[in-house]
Design a binder for this molecule. Sequence first.
Ligand code: ACO
Length: 448
Amino acid sequence: AKNVGILAMDIYFPPTCVQQEALEAHDGASKGKYTVGLGQDCMAFCSEVEDVISMSLTAVSSLLEKYNIDPKQIGRLEVGSETVIDKSKSIKTFLMQIFEKYGNTDVEGVDSTNACYGGTAALLNCVNWVESNSWDGRYGLVVCTDSAVYAEGPARPTGGAAAIAILIGPDAPIAFESKFRGSHMSHTYDFYKPNLASEYPVVDGKLSQTCYLMALDSCYKNFCAKYEKFKGKQFSISDAEYFVFHSPYNKLVQKSFARLVFNDFLRNASSIDEAGKEKLAPFATLSGDESYQNRDLEKVSQQVAKPLYDAKVQPTTLIPKQVGNMYTASLYAAFASLLHNKHTELAGNRVILFSYGSGLTATMFSLQLNEGKYPFSLSNIANVMNVAGKLKARHEFPPEKFVETLKLMEHRYGGKDYVTSKDCGLLAPGTYYLTEVDNMYRRFYAKK
Ligand code: ACO
């Protein structure tokens, strides 16, 4: 199979959300901390009738319907998620309900988990499958689904929720340059979920920021080395039109891109002009460790990077700023933002993606875009996802209601023998929702 990659996508996020400006005031944080400091506008959250299973059921059935895909044509289905509902039964098996109905049970793949990286593991598996000898000619389907919630405290405004479905096959408008991948994996305790009685992670916020940037540096180095090996020339940020980052909050994305600019400066790459070189020169001799803690470097490199950030990164930031950290779905929601904003002018472009999952696992990889053929065309993908329409149809809730919902979910987490309100008034037609968890912990969903 040639030009294997993304044929189609759809995204779902809950219509329930809270404005960061209101949350800031409610939490007693200084004005501007969440909106300017973290760079976030709004945050989606699951109400008591939604969870990662209902969101993924919605995303998958919507994708199949809107691109007119026969469910029998799916040969592999992989889910990435870090939201644990069951320690054994995969989310993938819940999604099999959709395929069994059409007589298709011949579907490989299960769930992948490592913080926000599970979706990328699932995606690489599906791409590898289509590129491999075991491919049976059918489509691969990747689902990223997460509800990101934090205990009360500084991490709480960095939550979010969404599910994304991604169809994989040959001759794709969004093709993988599979030779160019750089990974970095290591053992860290920056963010993890050791307490199985709670949905909330244990998080060392400052450490997670440094781990993220160190992983980025290492992946970029490995990525550049592979590119140079196969292309015989140096890679720099000038060689890609767009850079898409896993987006826990926008400020970290700004810092990440500035870090790539600093890397290019250190590598003496052609992307940095004379004025930029002059500004960055005082930092050339910092050790790696010092460079992560140096606030002046952070400021100056962001300044040097600003025009490039506006051109190469800003168009990818819409959904992550509006919906929040969607964990496994976050990177692909950033990519969906790019398709939404620029779908008419992306043909011929290269897009670099950086995936990070705490703990930690990270990969940088490259996509090559062409217009494609309907229904698998960039413009149709943008049209189907209807990002603007979905954002507009949301309902803002006051912070009190958000906090109240999280309290209820804390109480229900791991519980059994309850029925939900079944209130689907805010949900769009076609949305799945949770109706009941019975005394055997079995979960039941309905479709609006
Ligand atoms: N106006 C403008 N900016 C402000 C204001 C204000 N009133 N107050 C603070 N700020 C700025 C700070 O200067 C800082 O920006 P800087 O980093 O550019 O200096 C930013 O707002 C955040 O303020 P901090 O004091 O650093 O925030 P705090 O430590 O309270 O929390 C954190 C931030 C650590 C990111 C927390 O939200 C968290 O732990 N989140 C979860 C972990 C996470 O997402 N890690 C990322 C990678 S791992 C993953 O994806 C889960």
